[in-house]
Ligand binder design. Structure first.
Ligand SMILES: [Zn+2]
Ligand SMILES: [Zn+2]
Length: 304
């Protein structure tokens, strides 16, 4: 079920990712992101719970094209017969023109280990993809604006509603520590950087975090983690931003991948991966697979 985060903003958490519904029931609304593959049924049921039977959005806005944000996009868009909105610089990965740079599982931490089993390819939703309005507005929702916040991916966008200071950061940063195994269970709220193995330009990512902190939001919701609100949120976000430094090591830390209008153009060389050889790789994948299964089982039990 969707949980209301702020007026006209509701969150649906599935396993470790969030989907949001922007807009009030009875009025035009948008779905923000489309979670993991296989979650279309769950999203549809939650949508009917909030907006009523047969409800459909004006479109699906994808903050970026990572597998955990677009998994059910095609099924939902076709079922509802609606467009998919994205930033033009994200379009190459959503229209079959480019894959993302390879994920970097060598960075350490929970997400990096799990990323060994996660895809980093692009998708082809060509017939449905439309560019976000160039004036920074959102289709059908005049109170909201989109902000280009690249670094995690080239065409990553965050959303902001200035009237009451509500920020949807998507994956520009997270509101949980993606590196900590226990955070996936405790859901402890804290500001944390973007997902390390899937962030391809740390310098630009840092600038995007700074840009969002300057908004001094009163409510902050992200692609991963629970929403944060209260008088101290803007201050906590500023403190996090001031102390933020890119990871110490990783393929994309010293030099970023370069992307253009048609997708990835240049990649730094792969980082040495101690698990990438023979038996070590199989054993590593097995352990990560078991951890993932355990997390999924626990997440399901907690939802009941
Ligand atoms: Zn992402
Ligand atoms: Zn994500």
């Amino acid at each position: 079920m969707f949980e209301v985060v702020a007026p006209g903003l509701a969150r649906l958490g599935i396993v470790f990712v969030n989907v949001y519904a922007l807009g009030e029931p009875g009025r035009p609304w948008l779905l923000l992101d489309a979670d993991l593959a296989g979650s279309a049924g769950l999203i549809r049921r939650a949508v009917e719970g909030r907006f009523g039977e047969g409800a459909r959005p004006e479109g699906i806005l994808l903050t970026h094209g990572h597998f955990d944000h677009v998994g059910a996009a095609r099924v939902l868009a076709e079922g509802w017969d609606v467009p998919i909105f994205a930033h033009p610089l994200e379009a190459p990965y959503l229209t079959g023109r480019s894959d993302y740079p390879p994920r970097d599982p060598t960075m350490g931490g929970a997400m990096a280990h799990m990323s060994r089993l996660m895809p980093d390819h692009g998708y082809d939703f060509s017939d449905r993809v439309r560019e976000l309005p160039a004036d920074g507005g959102l289709p059908a929702l005049p109170d909201w604006r989109w902000l280009h916040t690249p670094g995690h991916t080239p065409g990553h966008v965050s959303l902001y509603r200035e009237a009451d200071g509500v920020l949807l950061a998507a994956d520009a940063f997270a509101t949980m520590n993606l590196d900590s195994w226990s955070a996936y269970l405790t859901r402890e709220r804290e500001f944390s950087g973007p997902s390390p193995p899937f962030t391809f330009d740390w310098g630009i990512a840092q600038q995007s975090i700074e840009k969002l902190a300057e908004l001094e939001p009163g409510v902050v919701a992200a692609g991963h983690g629970l929403a944060m609100s209260g008088e101290d949120v803007a201050c906590r976000l500023r403190e996090f931003t001031a102390g933020f430094t890119p990871p110490l090591r990783g393929r994309y830390v010293a030099s970023p991948s370069v992307a253009g209008e048609d997708g990835v153009e240049e990649l730094p060389p792969p980082a040495p991966d101690p698990y990438a050889r023979g038996a070590g790789a199989s054993a590593g994948a097995l352990v990560v697979g078991l951890m993932l299964l355990m997390l999924l089982a626990l997440a399901r039990r907690r939802r009941r």
